[in-house]
Design a protein around this ligand. Sequence first.
Ligand code: NAD
Ligand code: MG
Length: 293
Amino acid sequence: MPQPGDYDALKDGFPRQEQTLPGATQQMDPVPDHGEESYRGNARLHGLRALITGGDSGIGRAVAIAFAREGADVAIAYLPDEDQDAQDTAEWIRKAGRTAVLCPTDLTDPQACQTLIADAVEGLGGLDILVNNAGVQMARDDGLADMGLERIDRIFKTNLYAPLLLVQAALPHLSKGSSVINVSSVQAFQPSTSLLDYAATKAALNNLTVNLAAELGEAGIRVNAVAPGPIWTPLQPATQEPDKIESFGTDTPLGRAGQPAECASAFVFLASPTEASYVSGTVLGVTGGKPVF
Ligand code: NAD
Ligand code: MG
């Protein structure tokens, strides 16, 4: 397993591969690095309770491992098809000595968003941190004409409606020192036509982040976003053309894709009520050098 900073092999790209949504970690070549062997915690989130949507795999799994090693109990939401990935993440949370709460949920269902918050609060005994990380993109259609209503609905409901509904439902449980972290994308700043609908949801999420920060600031609740660049997660082989996978991430200034493990510290920083006590309404890029303004 490479140590953080030793990812130069990714400059050569990835083997051609393809999955179907939602994608599975063990089918990936190479299997991503979520910080399993490298992340060292320092009690920065000691005793806090976090819900991470899409916490089964990819960026969400790396955040779950880091949060648990920083002393937080962690609930993860994921699609029922992702049970294997969810169990693997839960195992890492428990190995860190923390509570893991498993919440299979389809976030496109507004009622399920309500139930998720209730289940997370019950399982964790409260809620301090909400990470709206679940997201979906589709990049295989030929263009605008093929962008059917089903696709648009799924992308907007998952990436935009669910974060807003989850913040609404979580609000009664959050208090001074709590925080929300939305997962945006470099696509909000440098949109690709093949991801037109997805990019629009991420731009809207940035706007929502700033405005929620304004609204919730008085209650001492901070709201921020992380905008990743190309990160090696199941979402990519499940939604990109296989030939694009071969060069995935090589167009960044650092010349390679990022690993989920390289995103985790940004979330830990933003979630920390002491280290990020005056940080709210910001979008933190983890993009390998692509601009986020
Ligand atoms: P991932 O596939 O590992 O995680 C996405 C997760 O979203 C899935 O595991 C799934 O549990 C969840 N999800 C999707 N639809 C859902 C639904 N209807 N109900 C419940 N959960 C659902 O991929 P990832 O790349 O780690 O994605 C995490 C976030 O990062 C997403 O918001 C994505 O848009 C964002 N992002 C990823 C990249 C990248 O290059 N990987 C770049 C920028 C932003
Ligand atoms: Mg997954």
